[in-house]
Design a protein around this ligand. Structure first.
Ligand SMILES: *Cc1c(COP(=O)(O)O)cnc(C)c1O
Ligand SMILES: [Zn+2]
Length: 413
């Protein structure tokens, strides 16, 4: 941990010793989430393009110089990260921009972006000598934690809202987690998890509170930069629920700027579902207040009515000169179909929300023809087959005869 210099409150700037166990700023309360800041002079010597070119590790531990752990022995033995980056000439042409890049983070070991955070969460728990770890989640944070904890031999306790998709709950159970299906919303599950974590002393993997988890998520931004030889696109489109993922992109680019590998931070475009868009609203109204409301969207992974990381998320969008978009459930389903049918990437609803945002943004005429854009697909479509079915349409039920096939094909003309 020598390289982590300090923790700093996103709201008031108060600094804390990384050796202290503080998760959020005592002066600002739970909204005062902390930034993990490194000894950048030291990191600059070690985190270089040359060193990365020689680095054979094909998981996020290749970025250990910019992660809050010193000993790779604590990392779970799972290949998290190094997800594929595709260039879509189809969408570049269609949207009239120079380049469209699609990063498929559904290709992580448990099929979502959240593995990046759980990987670090589990490693931090091991470093502290914890034997149990817990979180509340709409699904993916939990399934990734369950997977990483299973490999690391930690007991895992999960609180999910009752409405969580069946596939996601099944995934938790198969990894051997102890699952509490909470009768209520994500907020209810979150609050109960916090109480249980306090009562039982489990290690807390809740992303918005634990400052180290954004550091794991940040590796997607580091990968994007490395894959593009540190020549980043103008805009990055990301779906937003609690606001940790978008904050993590800002942090990745902030760190790279501190060590001189990039000269400016790309515009971050945060995309929320219309039925759960408090951060979008605060941004559009120029406010620093979050209106807490029940949610209504099929994109369960971003159905967050009380986002915990709004302060970092708003800072990410504002400081990068970015923007926010809100999309309807129909636009999300349409994006699921279009993305799969043009790029082969099958995302869950929240997974393709960034892409839905790109399509909507393009219609407003705010994209320039010289621009390069990247879209992050945050979760795999098989996570939520109910929603996928809504997007996909139905197959043809036929008698086992060629005639029946002919009839169907004939009716298509
Ligand atoms: C968690 C999640 C998000 C949103 O991330 P936040 O950090 O909550 O903003 C987006 N997509 C998927 C698939 C997720 O699991
Ligand atoms: Zn503070």
């Amino acid at each position: 941990m020598a390289k982590v210099k300090k923790l700093r409150c996103v709201l008031c700037g108060r600094e804390f010793d990384p050796k202290s166990d503080v998760f959020t700023c005592p002066d600002c309360g739970p909204d005062g989430t902390l930034d993990v800041l490194y000894d950048y002079d030291d990191v600059r010597q070690k985190f270089t393009s040359e060193a990365l070119a020689k680095n054979k590790e094909r998981s996020i531990s290749r970025y250990i110089e910019l992660l809050p752990l010193s000993d790779p022995a604590f990392f779970p033995n799972l290949k998290v990260g190094c997800s594929p980056l595709y260039e879509s000439t189809y969408w570049a042409k269609k949207l009239g921009v120079k380049q469209v890049l699609i990063k498929d983070d559904g290709r992580n070991p448990t099929a979502s972006f959240k593995d990046r955070a759980s990987f670090i969460g589990v490693a931090k728990a091991k470093e502290k000598g914890a034997t149990s770890i817990a979180c509340a989640s709409t699904g993916n944070a939990a399934s990734s934690l369950a997977g990483c904890a299973a490999v690391a031999g930690l007991d895992c306790y999960i609180f999910v809202p009752e409405k969580a998709p069946v596939n996601k709950v099944t995934q938790l159970l198969i990894y051997g987690a102890k699952v509490f299906l909470v009768k209520g919303t994500y907020e209810d599950a979150f609050k109960l998890a916090v109480k249980a974590i306090d009562a039982y002393g489990w290690y807390n993997r809740n992303s918005a509170i634990n400052p180290y988890l954004v550091e794991g998520k940040k590796t997607c931004g580091l990968e994007l930069a490395e894959e593009l030889s540190f020549d980043l696109p103008e805009k990055v489109f990301v779906s937003v629920g609690d606001g940790c993922i978008i904050s993590s992109f800002y942090k990745a680019f902030y760190d790279l700027k501190q060590i001189g590998l990039i000269s400016h931070i790309p515009q971050l475009i945060g995309v929320q579902a219309e039925g759960a868009c408090p951060i979008y609203k605060a941004f559009k109204e120029g406010k620093d207040v979050i209106e807490r409301k029940p949610t209504n969207t099929l994109a369960d992974s971003i159905a967050v009515g009380e986002p915990r990381n709004w302060a970092k998320a708003l800072r990410a969008v504002r400081n990068s000169g970015g923007d926010m978009v809100a999309v309807s459930d129909d636009e999300i389903l349409e994006a699921m179909r279009l993305l799969a049918r043009t790029s082969g990437v099958f995302g869950e609803p929240a997974g393709v929300t960034g892409f839905a945002g790109l399509l909507k943004y393009a219609q407003t005429g705010k994209l320039d023809s010289h621009e390069r854009v990247a879209v992050i697909v945050t979760g795999n479509g098989l996570k939520d087959s109910e929603s996928a079915k809504k997007a996909a349409g139905s197959p043809f039920l036929v008698e086992p005869t060629l005639e029946a096939v002919n009839r169907v094909l004939g009716s298509m003309i």
